[in-house]
Design a protein around this ligand. Structure first.
Ligand code: CAA
Length: 419
């Protein structure tokens, strides 16, 4: 889509992403168990929305429309109607048009995309937020809820853990085609945890991961699938986290920035976005993220950029192998060469193309509906030097996000320029 107006990210906020293994997460062995509850979907969303107003100095009154990414509020929290839930966050939002977007794990990206569409259609200041709570049931039951993002009729029964199994299938095919090893894939995991250890918002900020632990299955890192064919291709450490969390950003046009009294130098520009959607249950090559590739190619073309121009990227590493496939779909590596990029440290914080600098879905965490919004906020925070201990050394000029729903069935990709 050709933009009709210039569009900027003004900033935003996020909650800490929490879940099992996070020190603040209340579970049966936590000293506060029975005394304190984990935050609810509404509390997280409220915190991110009001945090975005505080961090940017934007008066909520200025928001003309709002878009909320959420995948499965009904299943995990008995809560739908997320637009009306979101406006409870602030009295000044009451009566404003807020709407929910759903596209599985790309719900957050769709919320940002809808915000951009609204600005192109004539609005000047909008909000995009996303939130998910997934820890209200066991990981196994939750896997059944997440499986709603597959083609239920034909894919649900691959394994109780449907999505982990689908990406184990991709890992199997990728390893067999290119001779990639578990240790190659483990470099992605080690990088993710190393980055998360520097990130106060990260779910796994206090868990350390070395190459040997990430590369090998064992009692503490089991292969947990029941599907015998796929079981050897996925360990717990290859998986993104079952996280609770929220993120919110504010987007504006040039006129919007003027109204808000915000200087362009405090923003980043959205150069282009593209969404691609492919039929559920219909993957023809497990070693390629075709849908993501299509969205990325469109974004590069419309932004006038090539992969080598990108200085920082946030990609959908729902499983460790997915990050390698993302490098290839986004053109950072040739087919089959993603593992080399990771092994040589090129995607680390000090590498030539830093990817998922805050720990990615593997270790920053993956509160599904928040992820796509958080990705955009992370690019903004890196470009504005706000990432503290995980700040990349050279201020990035161009950034890219790729947020994926299902088994590469919905992708939202975006390109940004530091202003
Ligand atoms: N030995 C053998 N088996 C073991 C074991 C051990 N030591 N420890 C655990 N297991 C097995 C058990 O079978 C257990 O299940 P049950 O207890 O129900 O029998 C199973 O592994 C899971 O163990 P836990 O419940 O203890 O696991 P956990 O709470 O630590 O969670 C995880 C680990 C299952 C990997 C979980 O983090 C997870 O599900 N991650 C993936 C989340 C996910 O799929 N997100 C969506 C990504 S897909 C996407 O992004 C696109 C989209 O649109 C959906």
């Amino acid at each position: 889509m050709k933009f009709r107006r210039k569009i900027y990210v003004v900033g935003g906020d996020l909650t800490t992403f929490i879940g099992k293994h996070h020190p603040d997460f209340i579970w049966k062995k936590h000293p506060d168990f029975g005394k304190k509850e984990n935050p609810t979907l509404e509390e997280l969303l409220t915190q991110a929305i009001n945090g975005a107003f505080e961090k940017t100095g934007v008066d909520p009154e200025a928001i003309e429309r709002g878009f909320i990414g959420n995948f499965a509020g009904e299943l995990f929290s008995n809560q739908g109607h997320m637009g009306a839930l979101a406006v409870r966050a602030n009295e000044k939002l009451h009566g404003k048009p807020f709407t929910r977007l759903e596209g599985a794990c790309a719900s957050g990206g769709l919320a940002v995309a809808a915000g951009i569409d609204a600005l192109n259609a004539g609005h000047d200041v909008v909000m995009a937020a996303g939130s998910e709570v997934q820890t209200t049931c066991s990981a196994r039951e939750g896997a059944g809820y997440l499986a709603r993002a597959s083609h239920w009729e034909t894919e649900r029964d691959i394994d109780d853990f449907t999505f982990p199994a689908m990406f184990a299938r991709r890992a199997k095919h990728y390893k067999e085609k290119y001779g990639v090893t578990d240790e190659d894939i483990a470099h992605v995991t080690v990088k993710a945890y190393k980055n998360a250890n520097k990130n106060p918002y990260a779910h796994m900020r206090s868990i350390e991961m070395d190459l040997e632990s990430a590369a090998n299955a064992g009692d503490r890192n089991p292969q947990f699938l029941r599907n015998e064919e796929l079981k050897p291709h996925l360990k717990v450490s290859d998986c993104s986290q079952v996280s609770d969390g929220a993120a919110a950003i504010i987007l504006a046009t040039e006129e919007g920035l003027e109204k808000l009294g915000i200087d362009k130098s405090d923003t980043i520009e959205v150069l282009a976005y593209a969404q691609a959607t492919s039929p559920l249950g219909d993957v023809d090559d497990y070693t390629v993220l075709n849908n993501t590739m299509q969205a990325a190619q469109q974004v590069y073309e419309e932004a006038g950029l090539k992969p080598s121009d990108i200085n920082v990227a946030e990609v959908h590493d729902c499983f460790a192998v997915t990050e390698l496939l993302m490098y290839e779909a986004l053109g950072f590596a040739d087919p089959g060469k993603g593992a080399e990029l990771a092994r040589e440290g090129e995607t680390g914080i000090e590498g030539s193309i830093p990817v998922n600098t805050g720990g990615g879905l593997l270790a920053f965490g993956h509160p599904v509906g928040a992820t796509g919004v958080k990705q955009v906020l992370e690019i903004y925070r890196q470009m504005k030097g706000q990432c503290g201990d995980y700040q990349i050394p050279e201020t990035p000029k161009y950034g890219l996000t790729a947020n994926m729903g299902g088994d590469d069935r919905t992708t939202v990709a975006m390109a940004f320029e530091n202003v």
